[in-house]
Design a protein around this ligand. Structure first.
Ligand code: NAD
Length: 429
C-alpha cells in the first residue's frame, strides 16, 4: 500500500469508552495509520456506500395504520454482495446501522469470504406486535428496500429480535416480486427452505475452533484447561458445550439472571437442558452462585464473553485472571481495556475473528442456494474449520510481522484486503 498521510480524526471521532462503534472506528483508524493507508482510500472506507431510510406503513390488528422507520446501510460492496443482519429494536438508529455495517465489512474480509458489509433494522418493539403484524411489517420493509436486495447485491440475515421465520418472509416477499423462488437473497433461513445445516451452531463452533488454535499456539494443553463463558444463549451455550467436548473443564457460565461457578466443572448439557426448561440459569444447582461481574474475574485459562458489549472496561480489566479471551460477543472489550490486557500479556482473540463462524456458514448457505446442492453437516463443519483455522493463522502471522496485537492485526489485515480491491478496481468515472 502506498504511504501517505492519513488524516486521523478528520471525521470528528471522539472516543466514548461505552460506545462500541466509536471504539471500533478508533481501532479502524489505528490500523489505517499503521498501514499508512492511502488518504483517498481512507476517505472511501470512512464512508458508507449507501444508506436507505424508509417509512413503513403497517395495518395493525385494530384497524389503525402505524408507520415505522426502517434503515438499510450498505457500507462497502467492493469485495462482493453486502452481507449483514436485520434487527428489530427500539434502539435502532442510522448511526448504529452504519457502524455495524462497517463492522460486517471488516469481519467478512478477515475470514476472506467474498462479501461486503451491511446492516439494517426497523425501529419497533417486536414483542408488542402480533405475529401477523410482524409479518406485514417484515414484508413491507422488504418491499421498501427491494432495489438493493438480491443474491448479487445485498443478502440480509437474522440479528437482534429477528429469526428464521422473519428470514422466510423476506425470502418469500422478494421471490413474489421476482416471480420465482430466490433462496439466496437471505441467510439464516429454516433448513426446509434452503437454510444451511450447521448454521445455528456455527458461531459457537467457530469460537471453539479458534480457542483450540490459540491454546496450541501458546502451548497450553487443551485437556483439563478451564474455561468461563459469559452469556448462555446461542453463542455461549454452544461454545461451552463444544469446548467441554474437546476436553476442557467449564468452570463458569452465566446469563442475565446469575453466574454459576464450579471449579470441578459444570455439566454443560445438563445446564442447557435446565435453561431449555426454565429459560434462565437462576436456581441451577451444580455450583456456587456469583454475580456476572465476579464470574469475569475468576481464575481461568480461557474466558469467552458471549453476551454483551462493554463488559471488560478500564475499570475491571486489571482484575481479569484469564490467559486467553475469545470474544464471542461483538465488542465485549473496550478500547482502553485493550491496552491494559495487552500490558498484562493476555491473548485476546478479537470479535471480528472469533465470532466470524456465523457469517462464514451464512456464506456457505448462499453458496449452497446458488448451487442448488446441499451439503451434509459434516461438510459444513469441516469447511468452517478450514476457514477459521486459516484466518486465525493469517491474523497471527500479520500480528508477528507488524508487532501488533491480534485485534490490530485483524483490522489491518481486513482493511488491507478491502483497500487492495479498491486499488485494483479503481474509481469508476
Ligand atoms: P442470545 O440472545 O442467544 O444470548 C445472549 C445471552 O446473554 C443470554 O444467555 C442472556 O441471558 C445473556 N445475557 C444478557 N445480558 C447479560 C448480562 N448482563 N450478563 C450476562 N449475560 C447476559 O444471543 P447470541 O446470539 O448468543 O449472541 C450473543 C453475542 O454474540 C451478541 O453480542 C451477538 O451480537 C454476538 N454474535 C452472535 C452471533 C450469532 O450467530 N448468534 C454471531 C456473531 C456475534
Amino acid at each position: 500500500m502506498e504511504s501517505s498521510h492519513v488524516p486521523l480524526r478528520e471525521y470528528g471521532i471522539v472516543l466514548d469508552e461505552h460506545n462500541p462503534f466509536e471504539g471500533m472506528m478508533q481501532r479502524f483508524d489505528r490500523a489505517a495509520e499503521l498501514l499508512s493507508l492511502d488518504t483517498g482510500i481512507y476517505r472511501i472506507l470512512r464512508h458508507p456506500e449507501k444508506q436507505i431510510i424508509t417509512s413503513i406503513p403497517v395495518m395493525m390488528d385494530n384497524g389503525e395504520v402505524e408507520v415505522f422507520r426502517g434503515y438499510r446501510v450498505l457500507y462497502n460492496t467492493s469485495r462482493g454482495p453486502a452481507k449483514g443482519g436485520i434487527r428489530f429494536d427500539l434502539g435502532v438508529t442510522l448511526d448504529e446501522m452504519t457502524a455495524l455495517a462497517a463492522w460486517m465489512t471488516w469481519k467478512c474480509a478477515v475470514v476472506d469470504i467474498p462479501f461486503g458489509g451491511a446492516k439494517g433494522g426497523v425501529v419497533c418493539e417486536p414483542y408488542r406486535l402480533s405475529t401477523s403484524e410482524l409479518e406485514r411489517l417484515t414484508r413491507r420493509y422488504t418491499a421498501s428496500i427491494l432495489e438493493v436486495l438480491g443474491p448479487e447485491s445485498d443478502v440480509p440475515a437474522p440479528d437482534v429480535n429477528t429469526n428464521e421465520q422473519i428470514m422466510a418472509w423476506i425470502m418469500d416477499t422478494y421471490s413474489m416480486h421476482k416471480r420465482h423462488t430466490v433462496t439466496a437473497v437471505v441467510t439464516g433461513k429454516p433448513v426446509a427452505i434452503g437454510g444451511s445445516r450447521g448454521r445455528r451452531e456455527a458461531t459457537g463452533r467457530g469460537v471453539m475452533i479458534v480457542v483450540k488454535e490459540a491454546l496450541q499456539q501458546l502451548g497450553i494443553p487443551l485437556n483439563g484447561s478451564r474455561v468461563v463463558v459469559q452469556g448462555f444463549g446461542n453463542v455461549g451455550s454452544i461454545a461451552a458445550r463444544l469446548l467441554e467436548a474437546e476436553g476442557m473443564t467449564v468452570v463458569g457460565i452465566s446469563d442475565k439472571t446469575c453466574a454459576i461457578w464450579n471449579p470441578m466443572g459444570i455439566p454443560v448439557s445438563d445446564a442447557i437442558e435446565w435453561v431449555r426448561q426454565k429459560r434462565f440459569l437462576e436456581g441451577y444447582p451444580h455450583g456456587e452462585v456469583l454475580t456476572n461481574e465476579q464470574i469475569l474475574e475468576v481464575e481461568t485459562d480461557v474466558l469467552v464473553p458471549a453476551a454483551l458489549e462493554n463488559v471488560i472496561t478500564r475499570k475491571n480489566a486489571r482484575n481479569i485472571r484469564a490467559r486467553v479471551i475469545a470474544e464471542g460477543a461483538n465488542g465485549p472489550v473496550t478500547a482502553p481495556a485493550d491496552a491494559i490486557l495487552d500490558e498484562m500479556g493476555i491473548f485476546v482473540i478479537p470479535d471480528i475473528m472469533a465470532n466470524a463462524g456465523g457469517v462464514t456458514v451464512s456464506y456457505f448457505e448462499w453458496v449452497q442456494n446458488r448451487e442448488g446442492y446441499y451439503w451434509s453437516e459434516e461438510v459444513v463443519n469441516e469447511r468452517l474449520r478450514d476457514v477459521m483455522i486459516r484466518s486465525f493463522h493469517d491474523v497471527v502471522r500479520y500480528s508477528k510481522q507488524h508487532s501488533v496485537n491480534l485485534r490490530t492485526a485483524a483490522y489491518m489485515l481486513s482493511i488491507d484486503r478491502v483497500a487492495a480491491v479498491h486499488k485494483m478496481r479503481g474509481i469508476y468515472a
